[in-house]
Design a protein around this ligand. Structure first.
Ligand SMILES: CC(C)(COP(=O)(O)OP(=O)(O)OC[C@H]1O[C@@H](n2cnc3c(N)ncnc32)[C@H](O)[C@@H]1OP(=O)(O)O)[C@@H](O)C(=O)NCCC(=O)NCCS
Length: 165
């Protein structure tokens, strides 16, 4: 477990937290993942996840929390010397407080211990928040998948393939 200066704690996302993670995922995606989907992804060899939460009694967003509040999580898949961000989401009410950046920085630290040479991800080209997060952390575009993300209410959008350089 790590704790940053703001009191946010980062712990390993175990299957015991899959329900919490599924509820968080709902706040970020139309096509959200349920508890069993998250357990399945965690069970793949080389996968790991991290969960951010603010513990009881810590001030967050101007209020002292009464109980532990889950803020967001990230799921990563490693294969040999490559790693890919499977998903990252921060609760809709907790965004722009540095939680996404903190989760990603903890992923970088974990990958240092796993000898992963490359870190890749895919992001919808209209997802300004995520692209802002990744660009600020040193990711650059290395490719594009045309019409990769299908949208219920509009045309499909491209996926940017990004790598941390
Ligand atoms: C993308 C996401 C995880 C970012 O989490 P977050 O905790 O709000 O991000 P942070 O507060 O750590 O922001 C870090 C940086 O990312 C960028 N950023 C974050 N949100 C942004 C936004 N809405 N618009 C533009 N840039 C943004 C900024 O550069 C920000 O730094 P700053 O606040 O110092 O300016 C969050 O918006 C989310 O859960 N979105 C829905 C799910 C999703 O799209 N996941 C990514 C799929 S690829």
């Amino acid at each position: 477990m790590t704790t940053d200066a703001s009191g946010i704690e980062i712990v390993t996302l175990t299957p015991a937290f899959a329900g919490v993670a599924a509820a968080l995922h709902q706040t970020g995606f139309d096509d959200c993942w349920d508890e069993s989907a998250i357990c399945d992804l965690l069970a793949v060899p080389g996968a790991f996840g991290l969960l951010a939460f603010v513990p009881a009694g810590i001030e967050f967003d101007g209020e002292i929390t009464a109980g532990d509040i889950p803020l967001g999580f990230v799921l990563v898949q490693t294969v040999l010397d490559e790693a890919e961000i499977n998903t990252i989401v921060v609760d809709g009410n907790a965004r722009r407080h540095g939680v996404g950046r903190l989760l990603m920085q903890n992923v970088f630290a974990q990958l240092q211990n796993r000898a992963s040479a490359r870190l890749l991800l895919e992001v919808a080209c209209d997802n300004d928040a995520a692209i802002g997060l990744y660009t600020g952390l040193g990711f650059g575009e290395i490719g594009r998948r045309r019409g990769y993300y299908h949208r219920k209410d509009g045309p499909a959008v491209d996926a940017l393939v990004m790598e941390r350089v």
